[in-house]
Design a protein around this ligand. Structure first.
Ligand code: UD1
Ligand code: CA
Length: 431
């Protein structure tokens, strides 16, 4: 842990996102932007503050869902709008303060720690972009940062600058205390810009050092397009981690794996696989275009085109195409085609025929289906839950099972098969 305070600015509206939702709550791979920033910040310090105002209750409760011990600072958006207004009420515990925008979800512990290694009153982050649109331009003369000008306030000459402010700064606490009260809102947006602190501090001969950073870690999210691009970078990182750990992926650019997913042993993921939540895959083969949500798969194969919904556990099991499994425990089971297995428990050696459906819902409640060992379930069977099928049972194709079935029996429910001779010819009036 470092003796540094981290302040995350998360009070803005994020107008350019064109959404009712606060910008910092927009999600990448199912987690809000703020989650990723705080997760990395937590590895650096015990003093993390999040500045809130717009939708403050939602922002607070979202953060508290994931983390404990975060300080929330309220910004007075009416009186002091802007990133400068955001730092007005902060109370950092340490003498150095790392301030970062809440809209940069790609930062990592390592990329943030680089700021701590530079000794200056202000360390500021810059990068060079082919397309600097939207960022504040950093004006450098004689190898020294002179000032930052926001896009909306910049002259044509200043707009040509491709060196931009990435939006992370490491301040000495004294500098903040001295200059934040001096910020003014005389600019195009009538906002208090934190970035104006650079020029103020420079005029008072404070040391300002730029730190070159990369867009891959410090990209700011201002639009839905930025969000999609950042999500892709984040997903690539997750996949790179698992490729390096030995997971096989076909066409990895088409595979989607969320942050909390884990793999163990030899795993193969075919193209178009999506694995979400706290799923764990161990020694298994997930075939093309299958979706696995919050489930555990051990020594099994799934898909192509299968769907495991939350709380499913599979071991030594084969799940084939168009099979949906939900909240079920399957050990040593084969379900090759076109089935729905929900709220069920199925034991070793059991074969589930094509078109088998657990009818787990009566319109009010959900019920369990229990199936024992070595059961053979014929195609197109409906299992009306709650129902218990003991070991060594056979169920004939097309049966609707409405009662428990005892060990060793056959269950069959069928309307008798009838023949009407020459019906076809009569119906179509052909000879
Ligand atoms: C800011 C910088 C810009 C830089 C860019 C990098 C300023 C004035 N400009 O611009 O130089 O290139 O980031 O990404 O700082 N926020 C508040 N309170 C407010 C306004 C904003 O907490 O009153 C928060 C937002 O929630 C957001 C962050 O500050 O997380 C940045 O705000 P945003 O409006 O995105 O700033 P930019 O215009 O991108
Ligand atoms: Ca921004």
């Amino acid at each position: 842990m470092e003796n540094i305070s981290i302040v995350i600015l998360a009070a803005g509206k994020g107008t350019r996102m064109k959404s009712q939702k606060a910008k910092v709550l927009h999600e990448l791979a199912s987690k809000p932007m703020l989650y990723y920033i705080i997760k990395e910040a937590k590895k650096i310090t015990d003093d993390i503050s999040v500045v809130v105002a717009h939708q403050k209750d939602e922002v607070k409760s979202t953060v508290e869902k994931f983390f404990e011990g975060i300080n929330f600072i309220e910004q007075d958006l009416e009186k002091y709008p802007g990133t400068g207004g955001a730092v007005k009420n902060i109370q950092p515990k340490y003498d150095r303060v790392l301030v970062l925008n809440g809209d940069m979800p790609l930062v990592t512990t390592q990329s943030l720690k680089a700021f701590l290694e530079v000794d200056a009153d202000i360390v500021m982050s810059i990068f060079d972009l082919n397309n600097p649109a939207g960022y504040g331009r950093v004006i450098i003369k004689n190898n020294e940062v002179q000032y930052i000008v926001e896009q909306k306030d910049a002259t044509d000459e200043e707009l040509k600058t491709t060196t931009v402010n990435a939006g992370v700064y490491c301040f000495s606490k004294n500098v903040l205390e001295e200059f934040v009260p001096l910020l003014s809102n005389e600019n195009a947006q009538k906002e208090y810009y934190l970035t104006d602190i650079i020029e103020l501090a420079k005029n008072k001969h404070k040391t300002i050092k730029p730190l070159f950073v990369d867009e891959e870690h410090f990209k700011g999210i201002n639009s839905k397009k930025d969000l999609a691009e950042a999500e892709e970078i984040l997903l690539d990182r997750i996949k790179e981690k698992w490729l390096a750990a030995g997971v096989i992926m076909q066409l990895p650019q088409t595979v989607y794996i969320e942050d909390d997913v884990e793999f163990e042993g030899e795993c193969i993921l075919e193209q178009g696989v999506r694995i979400t939540g706290k799923s764990k895959i161990e020694n298994s083969h997930i075939k093309a275009h299958s979706i696995i949500e919050d489930s555990v798969v051990v020594d099994s194969d799934v898909g192509p085109l299968a769907h495991l919904r939350p709380n499913s556990f599979l071991k030594d099991t084969h799940i084939g195409n168009f099979v949906e499994v939900k909240k079920s425990n399957l050990v040593g089971v084969k379900a090759g085609h076109l089935s729905y297995l929900g709220d069920s428990e199925i034991k070793r050696g059991t074969n589930i025929g094509a078109g088998t459906i657990t009818c787990n819902y009566d319109g009010k409640n959900k019920y369990k289906t229990k199936i024992g060992k070595n059961v053979f379930i014929g195609s197109d069977t409906q299992l009306v839950a709650p129902v218990n099928i003991e070991d060594d049972v056979m169920i004939a194709a097309g049966t609707t099972v409405t009662k428990d079935v005892k060990k060793g029996s056959l269950a069959i429910s069928r309307t008798p098969l009838k023949f009407v001779e020459n019906f076809f010819y009569k119906f179509f009036k052909k000879d």
